[in-house]
Design a protein around this ligand. Structure first.
Ligand code: GLY
Length: 369
């Protein structure tokens, strides 16, 4: 089975790797820019299946499953490529700055516990012991023990290296003009004046997916996130949410602060307002940052699918056409499980039951489009 993947971000590259491991034939990845350099590069790499939810639903189970796949995924990539993606499962903390915020956090924590989500409620004293450099104004917190982060830039470098070593052709600067669909079957794509033929076509083009898929599945739109980074800041061990933002401490001493959530089309400009608000969150959480200048600033586009959940599976009504997109805030977290699911869908024509809610559209919706 020869597979054409459109989109060389973390989802497309992880799918290419999994397809190769599972024994697919020729695998070609067409990337409109440079592989891994859009949202996958802009992300902060958080793995937060528990910290960002209080409901145990299909989306939560998908996120948990992917989080559980990460240790094996990271070890395999290290073995295959020599690249360490810096998987860190030290835990993720949420911080409350007022009695009202503490009450909300306590309510959330008990909803999470009732739902079976592992979380520890922390007093101000616990918070100080866990992270002494955080603000003394913090009155309570919650800890999610096996949530954490990966170095997402190393992750896409690792996946690109795997592609290079395993005969996966990644063709950069190659925007696809159109999918080629004949008699209800996807047979390839047109790009750079060439036709790329394949037995299966997987659209994994993130925020750009609907440009190609049009109305064949629920619409995917970009949601901008700005991030800033400080350097030489190594006092923090956990990923921390609070004060309207989050902090991600990297192994090399960089501290990432994210992220805005903006409807700005495909614009990725960094704005003075965005940076101001991120610096405000960072300084409130970590007073030691006051007066320090960020060394880097960037923005990326989260792919948001109508309904807020990812689209992973076969496109109804077109044989051989698949999609893996719409991961919104969870693209890095969901890469391992998405790669497994889409590989099963492409090679075996089946998708495990727990993933069914993420199939792109009902037959009815597809027929109406
Ligand atoms: N995963 C966090 C964000 O999208 O900002």
């Amino acid at each position: 089975m020869n597979v054409l993947i459109i989109g060389g971000g973390v989802i497309g590259l992880a799918a290419a790797r999994e397809l190769r491991v599972a024994g697919a034939g020729r695998i070609t990845v067409l990337e409109k820019g440079r592989a891994g350099m859009e949202s996958s590069w802009a992300a902060a790499g958080m793995l937060a299946p528990d910290a960002e939810t209080e409901t145990v639903d299909a989306m939560y189970r998908l996120c948990r499953r992917s989080n559980e796949l990460y240790p094996e995924f990271a070890a395999a990539l290290l073995d295959e490529t020599g690249i360490d993606i810096e998987l860190d499962r030290t835990g993720t903390i949420c911080a409350a700055f007022s009695d009202d915020e503490a009450d909300q956090l306590r309510e959330r924590h008990s909803a999470q516990q009732n739902a079976g989500i592992q979380a520890d409620f922390l007093s101000a004293e616990d918070m100080r012991k866990l992270e002494p450099s955080l603000s003394g104004d913090i009155v309570a917190g919650a800890l999610y023990r096996d949530n954490g982060q990966v170095e997402n830039r190393k992750l896409v470098q690792g996946l690109s290296e795997f592609a290079q070593r395993n005969a996966i052709e990644v063709i950069e600067r190659s925007p696809v003009d159109e999918l080629i669909i004949k008699n209800g079957e996807a047979i390839g794509a047109r790009c750079n004046g060439r036709i790329f033929e394949a037995d299966a076509v997987l659209v994994a083009a993130g925020a750009w997916s609907s440009v190609l898929l049009e109305t064949r599945c629920p619409r995917v739109t970009p949601v901008k996130g700005q991030v800033i980074a400080f350097e030489n800041y190594s006092s923090l061990r956990h990923v921390v949410y609070g004060a309207g933002g989050y902090l991600v401490p990297r192994r090399d001493g960089r501290l990432l602060v994210g992220a805005t959530v903006e409807d700005a089309g495909f614009n990725t400009d960094v704005t003075a307002d965005g940076v101001l608000s991120l610096r405000g969150s960072a300084e409130r959480l970590l007073p030691g940052l006051a007066g320090r200048e960020p060394v880097d600033k960037w923005a990326g586009l989260r792919p948001f699918a109508v309904g807020g959940e990812p689209l992973i599976g076969a496109i109804p009504g077109v044989r051989g056409l698949f999609v893996a997109t719409g991961h919104y805030r969870n693209g890095i977290l969901l890469a391992p499980v998405t790669a497994k699911l889409i590989t099963e869908a492409v090679l075996a024509g089946s998708v495990p039951d727990f993933a069914r809610p993420f199939l792109p559209a009902s037959g009815k919706e597809a027929a109406a489009s």
